[in-house]
Write a protein that binds this ligand. Structure first.
Ligand code: DAK
Length: 258
């Protein structure tokens, strides 16, 4: 499908999705959100893709929901259309790993979009924030919920109540991002991580993603039971036999997703 607000490129088993509304710092309008969800679903269904990278521009991953588009909406409209429910639900349904490669501003819905990905690699220019409070609203796609789980109550309250931005170094220290790299190396680093993921068995990758995500929904004991049962089920796969045989034979595993 042809897109106008994003650019999609598939190479070496990695789908690179680039948000592309430079004039609005990649603000998330309805068209961009719709195209993004469609592209993610297409990548999820494409056998050639084993990992997805979501990125923006040097200046902005995304500066939030499109304020111009939202500003005149009424309660009846946003409640009636369940604004932004779709983006949350469609992204969490993607089974392949999604890496957010964030440079510049990731604010409001942009920060929330990065947190919807499986992990975040940030450039040293990245700035994260939930400044919705300045607009007379609160976060609406996880900024009060996911951010609190990532960075704890105190920092989440600070971000959500003052609207201040967190730089990359603070975001890494707080556990919001997995690593920080120089801006020029952002895509290289994200691609290298994606290619490492692409080398694994896609069955095992999907199982690992599911298991980590269950940790947000289950008690510790239930989560550990879920993990152990999934671990047991891996022994029904050819890839478990291959992975362990390859280790013992001191060679590279050849996974076949079976
Ligand atoms: N929406 C629309 N346009 C935006 C935008 C945004 N969020 N952010 C930037 N732009 C546009 C600017 O209007 C400007 O356009 P022109 O004036 O040139 O036409 C262009 O991008 C460049 O921006 P600036 O001139 O402002 O650039 P600066 O370098 O001076 O400043 C900035 C960069 C990122 C600090 C600044 O643009 C800024 O503060 N932007 C707004 C950041 C923000 O407040 N983000 C949160 C948006 S609210 C909901 C679910 C979710 C949400 C809401 C409801 N429900 C479930 C109901 C989410 C809400 C949000 O994300």
């Amino acid at each position: 499908m042809a897109f106008e607000t994003i650019i999609v490129d598939v190479e070496d088993h990695v789908a690179l999705i680039k948000l592309n509304r430079p004039d609005a710092l990649n603000a998330l309008n309805a068209q961009l959100v719709g195209e993004l969800c469609t592209a993610l679903e297409e990548a999820d269904a494409n056998d050639k893709v084993r990992c997805i990278i979501l990125t923006g521009s040097d200046k902005a991953f995304a500066a939030g929901a499109d304020i111009k588009e939202m500003s005149t909406k009424s309660f009846v409209e946003v409640y009636g259309e369940n604004l932004f429910a779709m983006v949350n639900d469609r992204i969490i349904a993607i089974r392949k790993p999604i890496i957010a490669a964030v440079s510049g501003y990731a604010l409001g819905g942009g920060c929330e979009l990065a947190m919807l990905c499986d992990f975040i690699i940030a450039s040293d220019t990245a700035k994260f924030g939930q400044p919705e409070i300045n607009l007379g609203v609160i976060a609406g796609i996880g900024g009060t919920q996911r951010l609190t789980r990532f960075v704890g109550k105190s920092k989440s309250m600070d971000m959500n109540l003052t609207g201040r931005f967190m730089n990359a170094e603070e975001a890494e220290r707080a556990g919001l991002v997995s690593r920080v790299v120089p801006a020029k190396k952002l895509l290289e680093e994200a691609t290298s991580a994606a290619q490492k993921i692409a080398e694994k068995s896609s069955l095992t990758t999907a199982a690992a993603k599911e298991a980590v995500n269950r940790s947000y929904e289950l008690t510790l004991n239930e989560g550990i039971l879920f993990e152990r049962r999934v671990f047991h089920s891996m022994f029904a796969t050819e890839d478990q036999k291959e992975g362990m045989a390859a280790f013992l034979e001191k060679r590279q595993a050849q996974f076949r997703d079976k």
